[in-house]
Design a protein around this ligand. Structure first.
Ligand code: ADP
Length: 322
């Protein structure tokens, strides 16, 4: 059970620009927070400062109202899961999972029962005698997750835990992480560059760009009310269509544009430059009066086909140009 409060956290590496600048966040007890943004925006640095692996240049971190700024990583009562699993290669899966309990002096019998129970939930009971070298990527990450949850830490910190896995395994483990977090209720900070992963996992998403927070909100809020064009184009399976109108930047999502194959009064006529099927729907590119737009429909789209399109006024996002 833990609340995390981060105030004005900053990190400047020697001789570089600000890696993290004025990061502020309050994570509620049991909340699943995902920090998302392009590569190099400061996600890992933020997570590593929370873990105590990186010294902040400024700012403070409170866990349940108490400052942890002076505490070394092992005293912070957090469990971290990394992209590269970080398992001990010379230990079996069982020994890897038992390790955090062993160093805390938990009795052998209790360790055995805890590890066995966790292994069962993660469906790795048969693998407990194997060393990491004899495990697949997905199995290794399950063991790493097991090691994180055998003791109930105050915080789970996860740094791109699914990035090294193939697409199918990524989806399966993503679902398991979600369920595990719900079941254990451990406050979680999860880092990814993948907007789909952020949407699927988070209670709230923190969007970062160039060391700064752009917006914090639920997946729904970020999708429906993006605060700026960067956030708007970051979320969504298809890129948002953006154009300039005087001193405003406007945007509309492909899925919000109405399309017709036959003439509709007052709709804009356009010609498809390309059209392809993405496995779920047809995606097209058109040239219209605002520029080149991506559109989608559940009917076949072909190059040079004429279509009629319409952007409902309430689906158009508008931001003041900076
Ligand atoms: P992300 O996790 O979003 O990809 P990082 O937090 O790893 O981003 O990096 C943020 C910025 O800080 C980047 O510009 C990166 O090059 C820089 N950086 C990260 N670690 C170091 C370091 N140890 N020394 C110097 N610069 C670093």
């Amino acid at each position: 059970m833990a609340e995390l409060k981060i105030t004005n956290l900053c990190k400047t590496y020697e001789g570089t620009v600000d890696a993290v600048k004025d990061f502020n966040l309050e994570a509620k007890d049991g909340e699943f927070i995902v920090i998302v943004g392009p590569s190099g925006c400061g996600k890992s640095t933020t997570l590593r400062m929370i873990a105590g692996l990186e010294q902040p240049s400024a700012g403070s971190i409170l866990l349940d109202g108490t400052s942890i700024d002076h505490l070394p990583p092992q005293k912070r009562d957090m469990a971290m899961i990394f992209q590269n699993y970080a398992l001990y290669e010379n230990m079996t899966a069982f020994e890897n999972m038992a390790f955090p309990l062993k160093v805390r002096g938990v009795k052998k019998a209790e360790i055995a029962s805890k590890v066995t129970a966790v292994a069962e939930t993660l469906k790795i009971s048969e693998l407990l005698n194997r060393r990491p070298g004899a495990l697949s990527g997905g199995e290794k990450q399950r063991v790493a997750m097991g090691r994180a949850i055998v003791r109930q830490p105050k915080l789970f910190l996860m740094d791109e835990p699914l990035s090294n896995l193939d697409a199918k395994m990524r989806l399966a483990l993503r679902e398991e992480i979600r369920q595990l977090q719900r079941r254990t209720g451990v406050t979680t900070i999860y880092v990814t560059h993948d907007q789909g992963e952020a949407m699927a996992l988070a209670d709230r998403v923190v969007v970062m760009d160039q060391g700064r927070i752009r917006q914090i909100g639920t997946p729904r809020e970020l999708y429906s009310n993006p605060g700026d064009p960067f956030v708007a184009s970051f979320f969504g399976n298809l890129p948002m269509n953006l154009w300039e109108d005087g001193d405003m930047i406007c945007g509309v999502r492909p899925e919000d544009i109405s399309l017709s194959k036959s003439f509709v009064q007052d709709w804009e006529k356009a010609t498809l430059l390309t059209g392809y099927f993405n496995g779920m729907q047809w995606i097209g590119e058109v040239r219209c009066k605002e520029g080149r737009f991506t559109v989608c429909a559940d009917w076949e789209m072909k190059q040079e086909q004429t279509i009629y399109m319409h952007c409902p006024e309430d689906k158009i996002h508008r931001w003041q140009q900076k």
